[in-house]
Design a protein around this ligand. Structure first.
Ligand SMILES: [Zn+2]
Length: 145
């Protein structure tokens, strides 16, 4: 496990580019938390992480932890080009997070014919190519309503 580039399936998936602007996000994902960047001036939430606020241009920010509750906004099912890092056909969804920002991730464990805009989903995490931990959309786990 010392150098993942030398084992595992050959993949054309690019390696993550982790910078001081997005490192907090990938670190949280590894710990099972979905964080959303929040402007320290106007409090606008933004994703993906960026150095400054698109609304007021402030570079001051903090984060809020998402409930990981999401609603499917749109989705697509990818057949080509196949990459050994994924199983095909591969469903990829764009969701509206409860907090208001959007997120794109693959959808796991749901028959594609059941996918429909407006359905409730939950953001989980899964290990992807190169050992990276990224969000994955799933059925809500239930429990507390
Ligand atoms: Zn702002």
């Amino acid at each position: 496990m010392s150098d993942r580039s030398q084992d595992g399936p050959r993949t054309s998936v690019p390696r993550l580019i982790v910078t001081q602007d997005n490192e907090f996000w990938f670190t949280a994902a590894r710990e099972g938390r979905l964080e959303i960047q929040r402007c320290g001036e106007c409090r606008t939430l933004r994703h993906p992480p960026a150095p400054s606020c698109p609304r007021c241009r402030s570079i001051v920010w903090d984060t809020v932890e998402s409930s990981r509750r999401a609603t499917l906004h749109s989705y697509t099912v990818i057949h080509h080009p196949p990459d050994p890092a994924f199983e095909y056909p591969l469903a990829v969804g764009l969701v509206d997070l409860e907090e208001g920002t959007r997120l794109v991730a693959d959808i796991a464990g749901i028959p594609h014919e059941e996918l429909a805009p407006g359905m409730e989903l939950e953001v989980g995490f899964a290990e992807h190519a190169h050992g990276d931990v990224l969000p994955q959309l799933r059925r809500p786990s239930g429990g507390a309503a």
